[in-house]
Design a protein around this ligand. Structure first.
Ligand SMILES: Cc1ncc(C[n+]2csc(CCOP(=O)(O)OP(=O)(O)O)c2C)c(N)n1
Length: 744
C-alpha cells in the first residue's frame, strides 16, 4: 500500500480518487459564472467552491483515522461518500437552524464558510472534536458533534434519529414564536434542516418527527422543516432494501430526490426542496442517494459483510470524483491542478490534526460537568416572584385566585399555569386533551379560552412528538409547558428527555438550551380507576438523568409555588423540569376526616410569592417531634401525616418531612430532620427496587447519619386493576406499623 512522506498509508479510497482524477479528460473551457454543466443551476465558480468543502470533509475522515491510530483521536465515523451534502448547505442560509447527521461533515464546512469564517476554522472545529479537546467550540471536548453557536448548528447526540422530533418542533416554533411576538433566535423566514441516515429513517423517533411535521402541515400549520435522508443503502452492516426510502416515505411530505454523488444534481434538488419549504412553509423530504466509503467507522472491517464488488461499486461513485469530473469537464481545472490541490490540502489538514492533538483536554470532573445544569437560585427566586402586571392579570382572571378561597391541588396548578401564562407571553401549554377538554383531570381547564389556541393546544397522540415539540420550542425562544397524560406513557418517549433535552446544555456548553416544564400526571391510588399505566409508581428512570429537576408536589400551596419555581428555573437557567402531579390528590379535600378541608389551601397572592418561594431542592417539614422522622413525598405525605397524628396522640413525637424534590434530593434538609430524631422511616410509594427510598437511605448514610433507618415501599409489582392494587401499594397501615416498630 502506498505510504506518504508522513508515514500515512493511503487506502483504496485515496488511490482510487487519484487514479480516477488523473484519467479525466478536460473539456472545453466554460465561463465559471455559467452552469458547470448544461441544465444545472450550479455554476462553475460555486462548484469549485463546494469542491473545497467536500475535499476538506474527506480529509477530515483521513485525519480521524490517523489520529485514532496514534492514540490521539477518539472518533472515526466519517462522512466519506456523503460529501454531496455540501450542496444542501449551499441551498440554505447560515441562519437556518440545522440538526445534522454524523456524516454531514461537508455541510458543516460549507456552512462555516458561508458564515464568513476562514475555511480552516471549520476544519479546526472538527479536528478539535476528534481529539476531544476542551477548545472545541461547541461541546468543549465532551463529544464529537457537529455544532456551533454562531452557525445555527445544534449539536446532536449519537442516538440516531432522536433529533427528528426536535427538528419538527423547531420548525413549528419558528412560526409560532413570530405569531406570538416572542423573540426567537431564528429569522422569521428560516427553514429548519435535519439530516439522518437511511437505516435511521425506520426508527420510531424518525417516524415521529416526519409524522408530526406532516400532521401539523396537514392541519394548515406552517412547519418549515427540510428533512434530508442521506441514503447510503446500509446501516452498519444491514442493507436497506433497494427503493425503501422512496417507497416508505410519508405521503404528506413533498418529496425531492437527487443523486448525492453528483454535486450538480444534489444542488438543484436541494435548492428546489429548500425553496419549497421556505416559500410554502411546509415540510419536505430530500432524498439524497449517497455511497458509504471507508466503512461504517474506523474499527469496521467492511469486507466481513460486503462483497468486493459492492465495495468497488461504491468506490466508483465517489462524490469527490463526481465533482472533479464536473470541474475538469467544464475546463475549470485540470486533473493535475485538482490532484495538486488534493495533496496540499491533505498535508495541511494532517498538520492541523497534529496541532489539534496537542490542544488541552478536559482534566477534571468538575470541568466536565460544569455545563450540565447551571443553577442560579437567586435569579430563579427573583423570577419566580414576578407576576404579570395588575391589568394583564386582571384580564386573565375574572376573580383573582387568591380571592377564591381554599383550592384543590388541581385548581392550584391550573391557577398557577394561568399566572405563568399571563406573566410570560412565551409560555405555551400543550399535550393530549389539554385544550378543549382541559385535561383528563381538568387541570388545564379554561386555559384555551383565556389564552387562545396559539398558546394552548392539543397535540397528536405521540409522547415523543409532544416532547419533540417542547425540545424545539424551548430552543426557539418559547417556554413549553408540555403535559404527559400519565406517568407510564413518559416511558414511551424517555429518550427525548434523557438523550435530547437533558444533554443539550452539556454538549453545547450552554450555548443552546431547551428550557421546559413537563407536567406529568402520575403515581397510583386512584380509587376505582386505573390498573397499571393509569397508576404508575416508577420514577426511577427520571432520577438518574444528570441535571434534570424532578418536582413532586403533594399539596396545593406547594404545587403552585413549585410550578413557579420550575417555570422560573427553565427561563433563567434553561432547566429541564419534570413536574410530577399525584393524580389521586388532584381533587382531594380532606386530610383526617370528611369535611375537614385540610388538603385544600388558599392561593398565595403575588405580593407574597417572594416570601413563599420554594427553592429547588428544599424539603418541607411538618411537626416538631423528637422521636421519629418520617421522610416521604407525593401520596406518602398525606398517609404519613395521618399516621403521625395517631402516633402523636399516643404520645410519640413525630415529624414528617416532605422531600418535594426527587431530584436533586433535598439532602441538607433530610439530614437535619434525621439528626433531630435519630430515627428515620422512609415512606416511599415507589417500588422497593430502584425506588426513591434507596437514594434517601444512601444519602443519609453518605452524610454519616448513624441513627436507625427503616423503609416501607410499594412492591416490585405492576399495579393491578381494582381493589387488588392495594395489595401491592404502600399503605397507611404499613407506615404506621413500621413507625411503631421503630419507636418501640
Ligand atoms: C437508537 C440507536 N440505536 C442504535 C445505534 C447504533 N448505530 C449507530 S449508527 C447505526 C446505523 C445507522 O445507519 P444509517 O441511519 O443508515 O446511517 P449511516 O451510518 O449509514 O449513515 C447504528 C445502528 C444508535 N446510534 N442509536
Amino acid at each position: 500500500m502506498p505510504v506518504d512522506n508522513r508515514g500515512v498509508v493511503r487506502d483504496s479510497v485515496e488511490t482510487n480518487f487519484t487514479e480516477a482524477v488523473a484519467a479525466l479528460r478536460p473539456g472545453p473551457a466554460r465561463d465559471p459564472g455559467l452552469p458547470v454543466r448544461e441544465g444545472t443551476t450550479l455554476t462553475g465558480a460555486r462548484c469549485l467552491e463546494l469542491f473545497e468543502f467536500q475535499l476538506g470533509s474527506r480529509l477530515l475522515d483521513i485525519a480521524a483515522r490517523v489520529l485514532k491510530e496514534r492514540g490521539q483521536g477518539f472518533y472515526t465515523i466519517g462522512s466519506a461518500g456523503h460529501e454531496g451534502n455540501a450542496a444542501v448547505a449551499a441551498a440554505l442560509r447560515p441562519t437556518d437552524p440545522a440538526l445534522l447527521h454524523y456524516r454531514s461533515g461537508a455541510f458543516y464546512l460549507t456552512r462555516s464558510a458561508q458564515a464568513g469564517r476562514p475555511a480552516e476554522e471549520g476544519l479546526r472545529d472538527v479536528l478539535l472534536g476528534l481529539t476531544a479537546s476542551a477548545e472545541e467550540p461547541i461541546s468543549g471536548g465532551r463529544h464529537k458533534v457537529f455544532g456551533h453557536p454562531e452557525l445555527a448548528v445544534i449539536p446532536q447526540t449519537s442516538t440516531i434519529a432522536s433529533h427528528l422530533p426536535r427538528a419538527a418542533g423547531v420548525a413549528f416554533a419558528i412560526e409560532r414564536a413570530r405569531k406570538l411576538g416572542v423573540s426567537c433566535p431564528w429569522p422569521a423566514d428560516a427553514v429548519a434542516v435535519c439530516s439522518f441516515g437511511d437505516a435511521s429513517a425506520n426508527h420510531a423517533s424518525a417516524l415521529t418527527g416526519l409524522n408530526s411535521a406532516a400532521y401539523a402541515a396537514y392541519q394548515g400549520l406552517p412547519t418549515p422543516v427540510l428533512f434530508v435522508c442521506e441514503d447510503n443503502g446500509i446501516g452498519i452492516s444491514v442493507r436497506t432494501p433497494s427503493g425503501w426510502i422512496e417507497a416508505a416515505r410519508h405521503p404528506r411530505l413533498a418529496y425531492f430526490a437527487a443523486d448525492g454523488t453528483d454535486l450538480a444534481d444534489a444542488y438543484d434538488a436541494a435548492r428546489r426542496a429548500a425553496d419549497h419549504v421556505r416559500e410554502r412553509r411546509r415540510p419536505a423530504l430530500l432524498h439524497l442517494r449517497t455511497v458509504r466509503l471507508m466503512g461504517h467507522a474506523g474499527s469496521d472491517v467492511e469486507a466481513a459483510y460486503r462483497g468486493p464488488r459492492e465495495i468497488a461499486a461504491d468506490l466508483a461513485r465517489d462524490p469527490l470524483i463526481g465533482t472533479a469530473r464536473l470541474l475538469v469537464g467544464a475546463g475549470l481545472a485540470t486533473p493535475e491542478e485538482l490532484l495538486d490541490r488534493y495533496e496540499s490540502a491533505r498535508a495541511r489538514v494532517l498538520e492541523l490534526a497534529e496541532e489539534a492533538a496537542g490542544r488541552p483536554r478536559l482534566t477534571t470532573a468538575h470541568q466536565v460537568m460544569a455545563p450540565i445544569a447551571p443553577r442560579r437560585s437567586e435569579v430563579v427566586a427573583e423570577r419566580a416572584a414576578q407576576a404579570a402586571p395588575e391589568e394583564r392579570r386582571g384580564a386573565v382572571f375574572e376573580r383573582p385566585p387568591e380571592n377564591e378561597g381554599p383550592l384543590t391541588l388541581a385548581q392550584s396548578i391550573n391557577r398557577a399555569l394561568a399566572d405563568a401564562m399571563a406573566a410570560d407571553p412565551g409560555v405555551i401549554v400543550f399535550g393530549e386533551d389539554v385544550a378543549r377538554k382541559g385535561g383528563v383531570y381538568g387541570v388545564t381547564r379554561g386555559l384555551l379560552k383565556r389564552f387562545g389556541a396559539g398558546r394552548v393546544f392539543d397535540t397528536l397522540l405521540d409522547e415523543q412528538a409532544i416532547l419533540g415539540l417542547a425540545l424545539g420550542s424551548g430552543l426557539s425562544g418559547l417556554l413549553p409547558v408540555a403535559e404527559i397524560q400519565y406517568l407510564a406513557y413518559l416511558h414511551n418517549a424517555f429518550d427525548q428527555i434523557r438523550g435530547e433535552a437533558a444533554t443539550l446544555s452539556f454538549f453545547s456548553q450552554g450555548a443552546y438550551r431547551n428550557p421546559m416544564v413537563v407536567r406529568v400526571a402520575g403515581y397510583a391510588y386512584q380509587k376505582g380507576f386505573g390498573g397499571h399505566f393509569h397508576n404508575d409508581d416508577s420514577v426511577t428512570a427520571l432520577r438518574d438523568i444528570p441535571g434534570l429537576i424532578v418536582a413532586s408536589p403533594s399539596r396545593p400551596d406547594d404545587a403552585a409555588a413549585m410550578l413557579r419555581t420550575c417555570v422560573a428555573a427553565a427561563r433563567a437557567d434553561g432547566s429541564v423540569c419534570v413536574f410530577l402531579e399525584p393524580i389521586a390528590l388532584y381533587h382531594t379535600r380532606d386530610l383526617l376526616e370528611d369535611g375537614d378541608d385540610n388538603w385544600l389551601a388558599p392561593y398565595v397572592p403575588p405580593e407574597r410569592w417572594a416570601e413563599t418561594h420554594v427553592p429547588v431542592g428544599r424539603a418541607r417539614s411538618y411537626g416538631d417531634g423528637r422521636d421519629l422522622t418520617i421522610v416521604t413525598f407525593g401520596n406518602g405525605l398525606r398517609m404519613s401525616l395521618r399516621a403521625a397524628v395517631r402516633l402523636t396522640a399516643e404520645g410519640y413525637g413525630c415529624r414528617v418531612l416532605d422531600l418535594r424534590w426527587l431530584s436533586p434530593l433535598p439532602v441538607e434538609d433530610l439530614v437535619r430532620a434525621a439528626e433531630l430524631t435519630g430515627k428515620v422511616l422512609i415512606a416511599d410509594e415507589t417500588r422497593r427496587s430502584g425506588g426513591v427510598s434507596e437514594s434517601v437511605a444512601m444519602a443519609l448514610i453518605d452524610a454519616g447519619f448513624t441513627g436507625r433507618i427503616a423503609r416501607v415501599t410499594s412492591q416490585d409489582s405492576f399495579i393491578p386493576l381494582g381493589a387488588a392494587a392495594d395489595l401491592v401499594l404502600l399503605s397507611e397501615g404499613e407506615i404506621e406499623q413500621a413507625a411503631r416498630k421503630l419507636l418501640s
